[in-house]
Every structure is written in structure tokens, then in C-alpha cells.
Design a protein around this ligand. Structure first.
Ligand code: ADP
Ligand code: MG
Length: 662
């Protein structure tokens, strides 16, 4: 029995020990596991702390209470840098963060905070903070998490976006500069268009070119504003193609509408500009062609005049010889007839007719001439006063005359008769245009930079554009056959060009016409010298031995007679060769009158040989066309001057005296 009990106890103890043993093991395992878990947790916490400490953004948790008070549950160390405060201080007092916000951005920041707390909506803010005097840009984003106890936990990040803001600013600045440049360039009109043609951009040059202000243009459609009806379809099509292909259409010359309904010629280029993240924009760049077109037209006009001039010059040469003979003989006979007798009057009429013929030839010739036939000091006011006297005596009963002359008008150089003729033409046109009467105003004034301006203004019919464009053309006239020749304005044009001047015609139908001529002036300081030169041209009579060389028998006999009448001693020869021969044989002469156009040696050839034979014998080179070769000769050789045919007796005598005296 006792043994049985002992055995039982022994068994129980063994059982107990086994149980204890296994329990202990389980316990030990559990401890180990827990240690592992804690280890893992520690590791993860360390990782988390490390992350929070190292990432370049601030993270925080803010707990807000139902009464809207709030404070940090957590703020990462980076937060201290971002707001420029001590971390511990910041963690204790969330208001320190508020204090760093830039005063200009503070109101918005506070408002967003209040809204966030009130409506529990996510909070986003981009704004400035001031840290140790420097401005930094921060981006703050946080989202709310309502907790069971009624509090709200805000999970937030804070990022420094100063760099991004700076580059955005730089981009804006460079874009601003670019736009500013486009805005200011004054000869290049730039416009920006949306794909549907809506105007989005319009620089100042566009305002000037098209007449619409940016305010009027932006928002309206290109097609309605600038494109004339006949081009609408083409332009719309071109725009569609451009947008579809991304390829700009080639640059071209276009005639577009201005605000006042007039047309303007432009050279237009296009570009589609792609800026990443933006709608592409179509830019149009237009250059005003008005000035270039004007120069082209002027060049064309000059060329037209030149070809007409050389044609007229050829004819004029022969006519001049005829006229010279008539004038010579008539004026010589005038001298020997008793004044007032019928023959005297007949010769007088012949002289006048020949002179008038000569003037016509002269104006025909002035088409081709590069320089004026005469080069004298001219007082434009005096010419205009003479003109007025003439007009008063003749045409004007219905037209009122007004003179507006600058009293100290500068003189100019040139050809009095050509200038008189030109002004007469302008006056006649003006009178013709004032069929129902009106005022003809003649105006002179000194311009800056040593130019003078003469204006002939009427308030007559004016000219439509087509007429104005062609008015300067030779033979263009709108007048009835027999009334207009169409040569008036083209003559004016040639004269102005020959005087290195400038002509401008302003005219509108019903508004009258104003023609402005501008010429280089002689400034008062240079006037005495110019006058001296002139005075030298008048001279006393001396008997001269004249050698007259001309292949035309008519000229030889008539001019010979004139020379005799003037009291000179004339020897006449028909060719340059013969003249040289006579001189070689010992003929004495004070002056030679040498015809430019002769067979054989001709004027030029004779002159060349003459200069070796008689280097200082004065020569009058007689020519019907004062062309460049004649001018050249006169410049090449000493003591050679031009004698334009036909010439009157007095003129011839003056020239002879002057040349001999010099
Ligand atoms: P013409 O007078 O012989 O016709 P012009 O060369 O002088 O030739 O003028 C050419 C044209 O220019 C004239 O026919 C006329 O239509 C126009 N014109 C010229 N001057 C004026 C003016 N002052 N007012 C209106 N039209 C003018
Ligand atoms: Mg005319």
C-alpha cells in the first residue's frame, strides 16, 4: 500500500516536472518572440525617424480640438529649418510657424487655415515665408483625419519650392521681355491668333499699321477685322491647313484692310509657336510695304521719263537747229529794221515764235536731263509773285488767289525758266480743277535741314486714287482732247528731279489737291559767294574774233549774221577738221563756237585736238541736247561751257563776253 502510494507520488512528481519543463520552454519562446517583435519595432521606428529626419520635406501632425484650438502632435526636424525656428519651440507653439509667413501672404494663409478647420477640407497653400531676412517659397499640404474622441488629426507636408518659383519667375521675366520687345518694335506688326482666328495678341506696330487699338482687336476674329472679302475663303483654308499640319504657310505680299476701310500692302510671315503645356499659338508678322512700293513706283517713273527723254532728245536736236537758224536770222534782221515798221513787227513775231518753240523743245528735253540747264541763284518767292500777276491778268475770274510766302525764304540754285514753267503747270492744273471757283493758295516756307518747300494748293475736284497713281505719267490726262496733253505733271516731275528735289501730291476726291515741291536751299551764309558767281556773268561789250564751227549751212549763215550784227568778227567753217587746219595755218580767234554733233571728228574729237593746239582758247559747245556727254566735256576741258540751242542774240552775246573775260 505504502509502496503503491510512493509510486503514485513519484509518477505525479515526474508528470509535474515534465509539465513545468514544457511550460518553461513555451514561456522562454514567448519571451524570445516578444524580444524579436520589439527589436523589429525599434528598427522600424529608427527607420521611420531616419526617414522623417532626412527627407527634404517637413512632415507634421497637428491635432485640432472641436473648439478649433490646435497644436503639434509631431513636427519633423526639417520643419524647424523651413520656418527658421527652434524645433522644440515650434513643437510647443504652432503660432511660431504663422509668424514666419510673409506679411503680404498672411491673410490668405490664415483664411485657408480657418476654412480647413471649419469645413475639414484638405489644406493647400503656396506662399512666402521670411527666414532670417530671406524670402522663401513654401508649399504646404495637409489632409484631415477625424478621430473617435472628436479631435481631428491633420497629416501635413511642407516643401521648399523657392527654386521652382525662381525659375518660373525667370521664365515669366524672359517672356515678359520678349513680349515687351514685340510690343515696342515699331516697324514690325506682330499678332497672335488662336486656332479659330481669334486675335489674342496685338502689338503697337499693329495698332499703327491697321488702325485698330489692341483693345479693339483682341478677342475679335482675324477674318472680320483685316481680311478683305475676296480673300476670306483662302485665308480660312490656309489657317486650317496650318493648324492641321503644323506647318506655316509661306510668307507673301498681301493687301489687307485697315480700320478706315483703306488697303495696306504688307509682307506677311507666319509661325506656329509651341510652348510645352500650352495651347499652340499662331503668330503673324507683318511689315509695311508702303514706302518700298512708293520707291518702286518712283524708280519706274524715272525710267519711263528717261526713255521718253532720249526719244524726245533725238527729235529735239534737229528742231533746235531749225529754230536756231530762224531765231538767229530774225533777231539779226530785227536789229537793222526801223522799230515799229511792219517788217520789224514781222521779225519780232518770228523771233517770239522761235523762242516759244525753243521753250517747248527745252521742256521736252528736260525729261531726260539730269541737271538743270541753268544754274543760277533763284528766289522762289519772286517767281511766285510773277506767276500771280500773270494769273490775275489771265485766267482768274472765279478763282481767288492767296499768297502765303515766307519773307526770309532761302534761295535755291537752278533754272528759272524751268522752275517757272513747272509752277505755271501746277497753277493751271489747280485752276482747271476748280470749275466752280475756289481758292488757289501758293505757299513757301523754309524747312529744317536746309530745304525749302513750295506748295500749290487748290480746293477743287481732287483726284481719285487711280488718277493720283498715274498723274505723273507722261501723256496721262483726264481732260478732253485738245484741252489736256498729259505732259504738265511729268514735266514738273522732271524739273524737280533735275533740281535734286522732291514732289508730293496729296489729293482726295472733293477735298482738293496740294502739290508740295521741296528743294535743297542755299543757306544765307553761302549766298554772297553764289551771288558773286552770278555777277561775273554780266559783262561789257568787246569786239571778239569768233570761229564758228557747224556742219549745218543754215546755222553758219544765220549765226554768222547774228555775230556780225553784234559787232563781232566771225569766221565760219563746216567741220572740226577744217577749223583745226585754219588755226594751224595761223587763224587768230578769241572764242570758238563748236557744234557738238557733226560728222567726222565731231565736237568731242575736235575739242581733244584743239586742246593740244590752243590749250586756252575759250569754247562754247553748242548742243541741242544737254546730255551727259556734253556736260562731261565741259567738265573735262578747261574753258569749255555749254551753249544750249536755240539761243537768242542777247544770250549769245552775254555768253561770249563772259567766256572771254574769264
Ligand atoms: P493735263 O493737265 O494736260 O491733263 P497733267 O500732267 O498736268 O496733264 O495732269 C494729269 C492729270 O492729273 C490731269 O488730267 C488731272 O486729271 C489730274 N490733275 C492734275 N492736277 C490736278 C489738280 N490740281 N486737281 C485735280 N486733278 C489734277
Ligand atoms: Mg496740266
Amino acid at each position: 500500500m505504502v509502496l503503491g502510494i510512493l509510486l503514485m507520488v513519484g509518477l505525479w512528481i515526474m508528470q509535474l516536472r515534465r509539465t513545468v519543463h514544457s511550460r518553461t520552454r513555451a514561456l522562454r519562446e514567448e519571451v524570445a518572440q516578444r524580444q524579436q517583435r520589439e527589436e523589429a519595432l525599434r528598427e522600424s521606428k529608427a527607420q521611420y525617424d531616419n526617414l522623417v529626419e532626412r527627407i527634404p520635406v517637413g512632415v507634421y501632425l497637428i491635432r485640432s480640438k472641436p473648439d478649433h484650438s490646435f497644436g503639434f502632435d509631431f513636427a519633423s526636424p526639417k520643419m524647424a529649418d523651413l520656418f527658421g525656428v527652434e524645433l522644440d519651440a515650434l513643437r510647443k507653439d504652432v503660432q511660431l510657424g504663422f509668424k514666419a509667413v510673409h506679411p503680404d501672404d498672411l491673410d490668405h494663409f490664415v483664411k485657408l487655415n480657418q476654412d480647413g478647420l471649419k469645413f475639414l477640407v484638405p489644406f493647400f497653400w503656396e506662399g512666402r515665408v521670411v527666414v532670417e531676412g530671406d524670402v522663401k517659397w513654401l508649399h504646404i499640404a495637409s489632409t484631415p483625419e477625424p478621430l473617435a474622441d472628436g479631435d481631428v488629426l491633420w497629416h501635413g507636408v511642407v516643401v521648399d519650392i523657392t527654386e521652382r518659383k525662381r525659375s518660373e519667375e525667370a521664365l515669366r521675366e524672359s517672356e515678359g521681355r520678349f513680349r515687351g520687345l514685340l510690343q515696342c518694335v515699331d516697324s514690325v506688326a506682330v499678332q497672335g491668333y488662336a486656332p479659330d482666328g481669334t486675335i489674342q495678341y496685338w502689338n503697337q506696330a499693329s495698332e499703327r499699321l491697321y488702325g485698330f487699338t489692341a483693345q479693339e482687336a483682341v478677342g475679335r476674329n482675324l477674318l472680320d477685322l483685316l481680311i478683305p472679302p475676296e480673300m476670306q475663303e483662302g485665308v480660312a483654308e490656309a489657317m486650317r491647313t496650318m493648324w492641321a499640319t503644323g506647318q506655316a504657310i509661306p510668307s507673301s505680299e498681301l493687301s489687307l484692310l485697315r480700320k478706315d476701310g483703306s488697303r495696306i500692302q504688307v509682307y506677311s510671315s507666319h509661325a506656329i509657336v509651341h510652348i510645352p503645356g500650352r495651347e499652340p499659338e499662331l503668330f503673324c508678322i507683318d511689315v509695311d510695304l508702303t514706302e518700298r512700293k512708293r520707291l518702286e513706283a518712283q524708280l519706274q517713273q524715272t525710267q519711263k521719263m528717261q526713255s521718253l527723254g532720249s526719244l524726245a532728245g533725238g527729235v529735239a536736236h534737229d528742231i533746235n537747229n531749225v529754230l536756231a537758224a530762224i531765231l538767229g536770222l530774225a533777231s539779226a534782221n530785227l536789229e537793222i529794221q526801223p522799230q515799229g515798221s511792219p517788217t520789224y513787227r514781222a521779225f519780232e513775231t518770228i523771233s517770239k515764235a522761235a523762242i516759244r518753240g525753243g521753250k517747248t523743245v527745252k521742256s521736252l528735253l528736260s525729261f531726260a536731263r539730269q541737271s538743270p540747264a541753268e544754274d543760277r541763284v533763284v528766289d522762289m518767292n519772286a517767281i511766285l509773285r510773277d506767276e500771280v500777276q500773270l494769273l490775275e491778268r489771265t485766267t482768274l475770274s472765279v478763282v481767288r488767289l492767296e499768297l502765303d510766302l515766307q519773307s526770309d525764304l532761302h534761295a535755291m540754285r537752278g533754272d528759272v525758266s524751268a522752275l517757272t514753267h513747272a509752277l505755271m503747270n501746277l497753277c493751271v492744273n489747280a485752276v482747271d480743277a476748280m470749275v466752280e471757283g475756289g481758292t488757289l493758295t501758293l505757299r513757301t516756307r523754309n524747312l529744317d535741314s536746309a530745304w525749302i518747300e513750295i506748295q500749290v494748293q487748290d480746293n477743287g475736284l481732287g483726284m481719285p486714287r487711280e488718277v493720283l497713281n498715274r498723274a505723273l505719267d507722261p501723256f496721262f490726262t483726264t481732260k478732253d482732247v485738245g484741252k489736256g496733253t498729259g505732259l504738265g505733271l511729268s514735266m514738273v516731275y522732271s524739273t524737280v528731279m533735275a533740281h535734286h528735289g522732291d514732289i508730293e501730291i496729296q489729293s482726295d476726291p472733293g477735298q482738293g489737291t496740294c502739290v508740295s515741291l521741296r528743294f535743297p536751299a542755299i543757306l544765307p551764309a553761302d549766298l554772297p559767294q553764289a551771288m558773286d558767281h552770278e555777277a561775273a556773268q554780266e559783262g561789257a561789250r568787246t569786239k571778239l574774233r569768233v570761229l564758228l564751227v557747224d556742219d549745218d549751212e543754215l546755222i553758219r549763215s544765220s549765226i554768222g549774221a547774228v555775230l556780225a550784227a553784234l559787232g563781232h568778227e566771225a569766221s565760219t567753217v563746216p567741220s572740226g577738221e577744217e577749223a583745226l587746219e585754219r588755226l594751224q595755218m595761223g587763224l587768230e580767234a578769241d572764242v570758238m563756237i563748236l557744234d557738238m554733233n557733226m560728222p567726222g571728228l565731231g565736237g568731242a574729237g575736235t575739242l581733244a585736238k584743239l586742246r593740244t593746239l590752243r590749250p586756252s582758247l575759250p569754247v562754247l559747245l553748242a548742243t541741242g541736247r544737254a546730255d551727259q556727254s556734253a556736260w562731261d566735256l565741259a567738265e573735262t576741258y578747261p574753258k569749255v561751257s555749254l551753249l544750249p540751242k536755240p539761243f537768242s542774240m542777247v544770250e549769245l552775246n552775254n555768253r561770249l563776253q563772259l567766256l572771254n573775260r574769264n
